[in-house]
Design a protein around this ligand. Structure first.
Ligand code: URA
Length: 253
């Protein structure tokens, strides 16, 4: 399985593969190949552009085996409430990684969701992309549906949009929509670009409407759609293309 969820293995050019394995720079690796010092699956290979299938092909340099490179994998999980996002917990609560036993690569969550929050969580072993998405200055948009206590009025929506004070600092402008007001509760959709600890819960607390239930439905260009609770799927090629191109918002919400 590739990062894109299809059956075609991810490939890298031989010189790029050697560079990513830390053997040499790309150019240096190209020279090693042209000099006939590199074998692929037991055969000398002199073309630096030869595609190498990650996790499948066996590469040797000067007779020494190069550890097989793992393909990058990217998955979207619909996290249920009642699970933590870290790998281990002193209280031994269930973790989201318990849901990923079929994934053979060690992925990490891109950011966190609270124990009692459900919804879209991105997991990957691509550290560069994860870092990009988590850097606050990149302002990746996150969309949450929050069921809050009480009847929210238009003024409160404006307050949340303009920014409220958390720990003495005003939150960045947000987009907030009132989706409905059943008895004694309100359903809000909040689009925010920050990811402070308990951000949405604290924003709603400040305006006097504590969160009863929270669900993230979008992260950057990714949309949760109808992925069942507790299930994961690999990102599609289009989703990955958007993420890599730095798209920070979701067209579906
Ligand atoms: N804001 C919160 O309060 N909790 C989350 O899990 C995510 C955003």
């Amino acid at each position: 399985m590739t990062k894109d969820g299809d059956k075609t293995p991810e490939t890298l050019r031989l010189s790029v593969y050697l560079a990513r394995a830390g053997v040499a720079s790309r150019r240096g690796a190209g020279d090693l190949v042209k000099d006939g010092l590199v074998e692929v699956n037991g055969q000398t290979e002199t073309n630096p552009g030869t595609p190498i299938r990650l996790g499948i092909d066996h590469v040797r340099v000067d007779g020494k085996s190069i550890k097989k490179l793992e393909p990058h994998v990217y998955l979207m999980l619909n996290k249920p409430a009642g699970m933590i996002t870290t790998r281990s917990d002193p209280e031994e609560r269930p973790t989201v990684f318990d849901l990923l036993h079929r994934v053979k690569f060690r992925v990490e969550a891109v950011g966190r969701l609270d124990w009692d929050t459900e919804g879209l969580l991105l997991l990957t072993n691509d550290g560069d992309l994860a870092q990009f998405l988590m850097r606050p200055q990149n302002k990746v948009e996150k969309v949450y549906d929050a069921l809050v206590e009480g009847k929210v009025g238009g003024k409160t929506v404006q307050q949340l949009e303009a920014g409220v004070k958390i720990e003495g600092r005003k939150t960045k402008p947000a987009r907030v929509k009132l989706l409905g007001k059943p008895t004694n509760v309100s359903l809000l959709r909040l689009k925010i670009v920050e990811g402070k600890y308990h951000q949405v819960k604290r924003m709603c607390d400040v305006v006097g409407h504590p969160v009863k239930k929270l669900r993230r439905i979008a992260f950057g260009p990714l949309f949760l759609a109808d992925l069942p609770l507790g299930k994961f799927r690999y990102l599609t090629k289009d989703e990955l293309r958007e993420l890599r191109a730095g798209k920070l918002t979701c067209d579906e919400v």
